[in-house]
Design a protein around this ligand. Structure first.
Ligand code: SAM
Length: 322
């Protein structure tokens, strides 16, 4: 299903960003690659497959909360608002809100993964032809010129517990930035909760190995875009729960001593040494509300599912829109 989007703004990070991040990350004592680089076209497709896995409870649980409380959430957002989604992926969850909210002024999906964003935006425009869809390809942590919008309040939507990919201090800084971009508007945000470690472990270590493919794909992307020569089979997916930090960590562990070249630079790996590719922090309700308050938001409401797996928070900004 393909519809017509009202506008597309392209601030796709230049390839040099990826090269610099990989070269810097692989030069650190704990090698690392930032998780935002998971999301090329293949990575976004693999993430969609993860969302349908039995073990991966966050997607269906968050969607269940949005479906169950959609009308109440719409009461909080009010009518005639621009809806700006950070890291919109396939724009699936927003559809529940667009069904519930009265006359949104526009839907603005923002994502780093260009092809995937455009396809999702066109599908959404076909399903909601009366709502202007303004797609923005950008790294939401970067400085970019947010387009002018017709006057009206702005409501942010940040589902998928993507906030958990930031360390808590960075998460508070990012939330502060959203307050500026939302011009004093409110933010609806999905946050994964601290829970039984085994449930968390299974969610990132699925039987079918889709999360492993997703993690390893970042090496294939280095090979394709940075003239690297990673032998993918020489690395394996490792995703333990770090209890002290309340976070799942994703790593790619070298199975052997090896030397890898990335665009003419060489990096040596000892067997067992890892590249740290992602953190996914888990919060308690109170812990996340404290973080939101540090960022200047007021927690107006938190909805959780019956098993207390996942939470959706409505954060209000006290400032008047300028
Ligand atoms: C965990 S997925 C969540 C997708 C979707 N919102 C959901 O709830 O299922 C994270 C999404 O954020 C996007 N993303 C990650 N880092 C980003 C960044 N720095 N700037 C823009 N988009 C980013 C990814 O491309 C991906 O679509």
């Amino acid at each position: 299903m393909s519809g017509k989007i009202a506008a597309f703004h392209d601030f796709e990070p230049i390839q040099d960003d990826f090269r610099t991040a990989v070269l810097n990350g692989l030069s650190s004592p704990q090698k690392s690659i930032p998780s935002k680089f998971f999301y090329d076209e293949k990575g976004s497709g693999l993430f969609d497959r993860i969302c349908h896995l039995e073990e991966y409870y966050p997607t269906r649980t968050e969607l269940g909360i949005l479906q169950k409380y959609g009308k109440e959430i719409a009461h909080f957002t009010g009518e005639r608002t621009h809806l700006i989604e950070f890291g919109s992926g396939s724009s699936t969850k927003i559809q529940t809100l667009l069904d519930a909210i009265n006359k949104p002024l526009s839907y603005i999906p923002m994502d780093i993964s260009k092809e995937h964003l455009l396809e999702a935006a066109k599908n959404l425009a076909a399903r909601f032809p009366e709502i202007p869809v303004i797609a923005i390809c950008a790294d939401y942590t970067s400085d970019f010129q947010f387009p002018a919008l017709v006057p009206g309040k702005r409501t942010g939507f940040f589902p998928g517990s993507t906030i958990g990919n930031f360390a808590p201090k960075e998460a508070a800084d990012f939330l502060k930035q959203t307050r500026q971009l939302l011009n004093g508007g409110n933010l609806l945000i999905g946050v994964d909760l601290v829970k039984d470690h085994n449930v968390l472990f299974q969610a990132y270590n699925d039987q079918e190995g889709v999360t492993a493919q997703f993690n390893l794909n970042i090496l294939a992307r280095c090979n394709a875009e940075l003239s690297a020569n990673f032998v993918i089979d020489n690395f394996e997916h490792h995703a333990p729960y770090n209890e002290t930090q309340n976070r799942i960590e994703m790593h790619l562990v070298s199975k052997t001593d090896q030397i890898v070249s990335v665009g003419g630079n060489t990096f040596s790996f000892k067997a067992g040494e890892s590249i740290h590719t992602e953190n996914s922090y888990k919060y308690t309700i109170e812990g996340f509300q404290k973080l939101a308050s540090d960022a200047g938001y007021k927690s107006s409401k938190a909805w959780i599912d019956e098993q207390s797996l996942f939470s959706v928070h409505f954060l209000s900004s006290s400032e008047e829109p300028s």
